[in-house]
Design a protein around this ligand. Sequence first.
Ligand code: ADP
Length: 167
Amino acid sequence: MYPGSFDPPTLGHLDVITRSAQLFDEVIVAVAINSQKRPLFTLQERTEMLEQCCQHLPNVRVLALEGLLVAFAQQIGACAIVRGLRAVSDFEYEFQMATMNRQLAPEIDTCFLMTHQQYAFLSSSMVKEVARLGGDVRAFVPEVVAQRLSQKFHPKGAGVPSPTDES
Ligand code: ADP
């Protein structure tokens, strides 16, 4: 199971999903309803975007993550929790969470996958900021996500270069 906020999904997330799909028989991408974060996209929007991005991966399914992470993992019979590691900054928080989850459910291991170096500094929050200010985010997110970001921030199409724009 690969849990996260995915607000929105980036090419970094997709890289981790693709690697997981090669390692495990089945991968459940679990989209979190995090009460401490105010997401830009609704749970349904995040789920839809992930489903579209993972269409080509037959052993990947997308579900909404309800309640405690390890309880949900146990409920769906997951053998491991996958998390992505970017730069050193991710380590401390991920280490804390993995240790807590191991205390709560010792039978489920956390498995860390390193993203491709190209995506090592990519985060959903940075993508949102660039998109909000009208920057082109197509190098960082799948096309469907770029479109949704553009609709969210620039509903009339202003500020976001079109694919044919040469400037
Ligand atoms: P969360 O709120 O659970 O941190 P995120 O959607 O931000 O949710 O991230 C989900 C997981 O994906 C985390 O393990 C995070 O470290 C990882 N991740 C996020 N961005 C990237 C990236 N660019 N490359 C690799 N892993 C990433």
